[in-house]
Design a protein around this ligand. Structure first.
Ligand SMILES: Nc1ncnc2c1ncn2[C@@H]1O[C@H](COP(=O)(O)OP(=O)(O)OP(=O)(O)O)[C@@H](O)[C@H]1O
Length: 311
C-alpha cells in the first residue's frame, strides 16, 4: 500500500475573474521512504497541491488517502491526528515564525497542542531537536530575527519534524537561500530522512535542485501532471516537450541534446488553453493538441507522459 495516494484531486479557487483551476484532476502516489519531487513553473499549482494533501486548503473534488485512510472524509480529532503525521516545511520560514516567540516556545508549542509530554519532557525534546538540526545550544532562548536565513530554515525543519511525522511536504525549502546554504539545508533534509524514516514530497521550480536526491519526479503544468518518471529516466529520457524545455534551462555538460528553452508566459489558470494546456507554447503542437486533452500514457513501468506526440 502506498503511504499517500491522491486520486483525481482538483482544487479550484473562486475569484472575481472566474474560477482558478489551480489543481485539476491530479493523481499520484508516494511510497513509504520515497522522495517524490513536484516541479514546474511558479503559479502552476504546486503549493496548492501540497496544501490540499493535508487539507490546509479544501480540495474541490477527488480523494486523498494516507495509509489507506480517506483524509478527505476526516474532521475534528482525526484530521488533527493526520496533521501530526503529515507536516509541511515552507519556503520562507521567517514568515511563519512568530517574531515574539522564543525558539523554545516555537518548538514546544506543537508538542503541547498534541498533548505530548509534560513541560520538562517537551523542553528536552526541543533541546534534542535543536542539536539534531545543527543549531547552537543557546538557540532555544533566542528569537527568530537573531538567526540567518539558513538557520531560520533549520528552525522551520525542527518545528516540522518535532512531531515525528511520516510524510513531509517541503515547499521550495531552499529557494530563498544563497547557493552555498542551499546545499547545507538539502544535506540536512537528506540526513533527517534516513534518521527519522521520513518520506518527502519535495516541491521545487528548479529541476537541478531535485536531481541528486529525488527518487521520482512529477512535472506539473497549469494544474496538471504532464510527466512522471524516475529521476534518472527523466534526466536522460524526458518525453514531454515541457519537461525537455525545463531541462534545457539546467546547465549540464553531460547532456548531448539540448532542447530549446521554453518561450512565453504561463497562460492564465482562470482560462486555461483548450486541449493540451501546453499547446500555446509547444514546438510540436498540431490540431489534435488544440482540441483534445492528452491522457497520461505509460511508457514502461514507471514513466508516464501526457502528450499526443510523445514517443
Ligand atoms: N488563495 C487563493 N485564491 C485565489 N487564487 C489562488 C490562491 N492561491 C493560489 N492561487 C492561484 O492559483 C494558482 C496556483 O498557485 P500556487 O501557489 O499553487 O502555484 P505554485 O506553482 O506553487 O507557484 P509559486 O511557486 O509561485 O507558489 C496561481 O494562479 C495562483 O495565483
Amino acid at each position: 500500500m502506498p503511504l499517500l495516494s491522491v486520486d483525481r484531486l482538483s482544487t479550484h479557487y473562486p475569484a472575481a475573474e472566474g474560477t482558478v483551476r489551480a489543481v485539476d484532476d491530479v493523481s499520484l502516489e508516494i511510497g513509504e521512504g520515497e522522495t517524490v519531487a513536484l516541479v514546474g513553473e511558479s503559479g502552476c499549482g504546486k503549493s496548492t497541491l501540497g496544501k490540499s494533501l493535508m487539507r490546509l486548503v479544501a480540495p474541490s473534488a477527488g480523494r486523498v488517502t494516507f495509509r489507506g485512510r480517506d483524509v478527505s472524509a476526516m474532521s475534528g480529532r482525526e484530521l488533527q491526528a493526520i496533521r501530526r503525521r503529515i507536516q509541511m516545511i515552507f519556503q520562507d520560514p521567517f514568515a511563519s515564525l512568530n517574531p515574539r516567540q522564543t525558539i523554545r516556545t516555537i518548538l514546544t508549542a506543537p508538542l503541547a497542542v498534541h498533548g505530548i509530554g509534560d513541560r520538562r519532557r517537551r523542553d528536552a525534546i526541543a533541546a534534542a531537536m535543536v542539536e539534531h538540526v545543527g543549531l547552537p545550544a543557546d538557540a532555544l532562548e533566542r528569537y527568530p530575527h537573531e538567526f540567518s536565513g539558513g538557520q531560520r530554515q533549520r528552525i522551520g525543519i525542527a518545528r516540522a519534524l518535532i512531531l515525528q511525522p511520516e510524510l513531509v511536504i517541503c515547499d521550495e525549502p531552499v529557494s530563498a537561500l544563497d547557493l552555498s546554504i542551499q546545499a547545507q539545508i538539502l544535506n540536512l533534509l537528506v540526513e533527517m530522512k534516513t534518521e527519522l524514516s521520513l518520506s518527502y514530497l519535495f516541491i521545487s521550480h528548479d529541476l537541478s535542485v531535485v536531481r541528486y536526491f529525488a527518487d521520482r519526479v512529477l512535472v506539473m503544468y497549469l494544474g496538471r501532471i504532464v510527466e512522471s518518471a524516475s529521476t534518472s529516466d527523466l534526466w536522460v529520457g524526458a518525453k514531454h516537450p515541457y519537461t525537455q524545455a525545463l531541462l534545457a534551462a539546467v546547465p549540464d555538460p553531460t547532456r548531448r541534446k539540448q532542447a530549446a528553452p521554453i518561450n512565453g508566459d504561463l497562460p492564465s489558470p482562470h482560462n486555461p488553453p483548450t486541449g493540451c494546456r501546453f499547446h500555446t507554447r509547444c514546438p510540436l503542437a498540431t490540431d489534435i493538441c488544440r482540441t483534445e486533452n492528452p491522457a497520461l500514457r505509460q511508457f514502461g513501468s514507471d514513466h508516464a507522459v501526457a502528450c499526443h506526440h510523445a514517443q
